[in-house]
Design a protein around this ligand. Structure first.
Ligand code: CMC
Length: 460
């Protein structure tokens, strides 16, 4: 098997030549061969040798790093973690086993797994002082706002584990973050309800413990439903990593300055929150509730296709997948298991989602644009069936993505070629000019400068 870390999976050396309109070779660019996927033109020396940079603002054609963690074949709807198909892991594995795989590259033996699970479990509690943060938030604060603040603040509690150059400290931070994400997220939920925080229970496995902290109350006995815990485990697994998506690139970007891991993960949480990324699961549910009934589907499809309307069909489309997102397929199966456990034969919201999917997949616009349901299309409906409020959906995605973010962060820090992320730009501003005294200035900003922007201030 080729070394997944090597630049060249295959032997032949190909060079791409950049030729100007006079036929002069401006640069010779080596071609790198990944173990899977499309060849990559190596432009690292382009600026140095030719004083030219490349323009690719959303990185649609740019490999930002070398990575051996996950791989998406967007044309065929395939997702692999360290080579293992997501469907197999979702069916057979556990979230912590997958976390180990992402972090260390291979599935653990029983003793390796036991040790890893023990390490994570021993870090599930948070410092009591962290509970005090919560009272500074409004009760209706969005859990993601709380999560990104509290996770960033963990760096103030663990100064013993923020030296990114020390492998042991990196590992302890990794354990702490994976262990504490469910605890902090569940605390955010409890705070919104005005209920006491529930301490973690270390005799429960990771997903079951999270449900326990979400739903238990001190006054009652709470037994975690194993089908629900299994559904949560699968939900966590399918969202654990996904190549160089926006939040992962953010974690790598922040981490590239050697900022501590708590700060880097907090930045990832911030990026995930957006509705085009992890925030889509909440947006899908809001959209479905807003649509309400099947007869409104044609109207919604028409809006999604209208170029003059910013509305998009949330849970549809992906930068890389031009086929069915394999995670969405797994989610659909999990949903059916949850429904059968609940003894519900039909859920109007799921029916609506299925009908919307059917109409979209038969619509010329969605076909020609290769827009298929993504992971977020069904994950929200599942979490709703588990009794989770929609403002918690993206926080749950963040718990799931934490091992992926950390594996990518660790890989970056350990990469000898790693340098601070510092893109170039295509400058479109004014050329150099001299300062003019205010008395002699003529307005250059026209209407824009004089326009009054009315700000609405909500005081409570
Ligand atoms: N509804 C309607 N049209 C769409 C949609 C959509 N959901 N997604 C893309 N398009 C159209 C878009 O208008 C454009 O059309 P045209 O070429 O005619 O101008 C074309 O498809 C390509 O879209 P794009 O915005 O250039 O594609 P992108 O790769 O930059 O964006 C995306 C990817 C996921 C942000 C986008 O598909 C989207 O906004 N989807 C809805 C939000 C969503 O579900 N996000 C979750 C992504 S999966 C979970 C995760 O990894 O976070």
């Amino acid at each position: 098997m080729p070394d997944a870390n090597s630049q060249n999976g295959r032997q032949e050396q190909k060079i791409y030549k950049l030729v100007d309109d006079q036929g002069k070779v401006v640069a010779e660019l080596p071609l790198l061969h990944p173990t899977l996927g499309f060849d990559v033109v190596d432009t690292r020396k382009l600026f140095q040798t030719a004083n030219i940079t490349t323009f690719d603002p959303s990185y649609g054609s740019t490999a930002s790093c070398r990575s051996s963690i996950s791989y998406v074949d967007g044309d065929n709807g395939v997702l692999l973690y360290r080579g293992y198909p997501i469907e197999e892991l979702a069916e057979k594995s556990t979230f912590l086993e997958v976390a180990y795989l992402l972090l260390f590259g291979e599935l653990p033996t029983q003793s390796e797994l036991d040790k890893f699970v023990h390490e994570i479990t021993m870090h599930t509690m948070v410092h009591e002082q962290i509970a005090n943060f919560f009272s500074g938030f409004r009760r209706d604060a969005h859990p993601m706002a709380i999560l990104l603040g509290v996770v960033g603040a963990l760096s103030a509690f663990y100064p013993d584990s923020i030296d990114v150059h020390d492998p042991q400290q990196r590992l302890i931070s990794i354990y702490r973050l994976i262990a504490k994400m469910p605890t902090i997220s569940a605390m955010a939920h409890k705070y919104s309800l005005g209920q006491p925080f529930i301490y973690p229970r270390n005799n429960l496995e990771y997903s079951a413990n999270f449900l326990h902290m979400m739903f238990a109350v001190p006054a009652e006995e709470y037994k975690v439903n194993p089908i629900f815990a299994k559904a949560m485990n699968t939900l966590f697994i399918v969202q654990a990593d996904h190549e160089q998506n926006a939040s992962t690139s953010t974690v790598r970007g922040v981490g590239s300055s050697h900022a501590n891991p708590f700060a880097s993960i907090a930045a990832g949480i911030a990026s995930l929150w957006g509705p085009l990324h992890g925030g889509a699961n909440e947006a899908v549910l809001r959209m479905l509730l807003d649509i309400g009934t099947k007869d409104r589907i044609p109207e919604v499809i028409a809006r999604a296709k209208d170029k003059n309307d910013p509305f998009r069909l949330f849970g549809f489309g992906h930068r890389v997948y031009k086929n069915y997102d394999p995670r969405a397929r797994v989610m659909k199966r999990v949903y059916e298991e949850v429904l059968s456990e609940l003894g519900v034969s039909n859920d109007p919201l799921f029916d609506l989602a299925r009908e919307l999917e059917k109409v979209a997949l038969n619509d010329e616009y969605f076909i020609s644009h290769k827009l298929y349901p993504n992971v977020d299309f069904y994950s929200g409906v599942i979490m709703r069936a588990l009794g989770i409020p929609m403002t918690m959906f993206t926080a749950i995605f963040a718990i799931a993505r934490t091992p992926g973010w950390l594996a990518q962060w660790k890989e970056m820090i350990e990469d000898p070629d790693q340098r601070i992320a510092r893109p170039r730009q295509l400058y479109t501003g004014a050329p150099r000019r001299s300062y003019v005294d205010v008395k002699h200035r003529v307005s250059q900003n026209g209407a824009a400068a004089g326009k009054q922007i009315k700000a609405e201030v909500h005081e409570t």
